[in-house]
Design a protein around this ligand. Sequence first.
Ligand SMILES: O=C(O)CCC(=O)C(=O)O
Length: 294
Amino acid sequence: MPLNSWSFKNAAYQAKFRKDGIVSAIVISKEDLESLNGIFEAYHVALDDSYFRRFHVGIHSNDIVYKTQLNKEIAGIMDPYCKELFDNYRRLIYSVQIKGTGPGSELALHQDWSVVDEDIHNSATVWIPLCDSFISNGAIHAIPGTHRFKPYPRGGTIAGRYDHLHDQLLPLMEPFECKAGTILVFDSSLLHYSPANLSNDYRVSVVTTIVPGNAQVIQYYNNPQVSKTKAEMYAMSDDFYLHFNNFLEVQAIQVPFGNKMNKEKTLGARVVNSTLLKIKIIIDKYLFFVKNLK
Ligand SMILES: O=C(O)CCC(=O)C(=O)O
């Protein structure tokens, strides 16, 4: 684990997270689940049908009032659960994601963006499905253990190192089916994806990110005209996703905001050999097991 980590209060969750980088934790109450569903419905009545035929990410909205209100309302329900689960953490904003139905709803293999300097800190995505999440409606799949790989900068202007290996890595992906209201926590650097939702109903999830209590939130920015090998680091506020409204612009013209830090990070090379990567994943799992034998 990095030097400065948030942690689970529950030792068994913490040990599992160290090993796999993903933990299916507690399930929120039925009443709170109903409230979250009610909040989703209240804020999304006007969405047209196309939102329910693809994967929609709430923070991509440019509507700051919508994002601010949604964050506030979800916080009222979810913050007590975060307090119960985690130590030494701060959370970024809450939002929702809609996994529509049909082939356009797949979310291909990826790692989530870096939001802290992962040489010293770690961060995690906290994801709560508002209905049961199972394989045929696109359960999250992940390759446990891949959060231990050396971290490289990730972000909107940086091509994923592994994204093109989606098909080759599929056999190593494990499904994490969850009951409605389960709090699933996964390291931001974990390799994961969710297949297309082939059921008849869209699936909504609530999502946030947690970082260590005293970690600076950051974003990486790479302009290939300036450097092909380094990403610049920007200090961001905890609520930067509220103000970030150029997610969908062409990567290279995204304008960074926040305060440029006097720090650069070397970009990781695109991984070319999937067989070597698979062997590395298997050996790493074995070494972790051996090291932790008591
Ligand atoms: O909701 C899903 O199906 C996938 C979510 C995900 O991969 C993410 O939030 O990074």
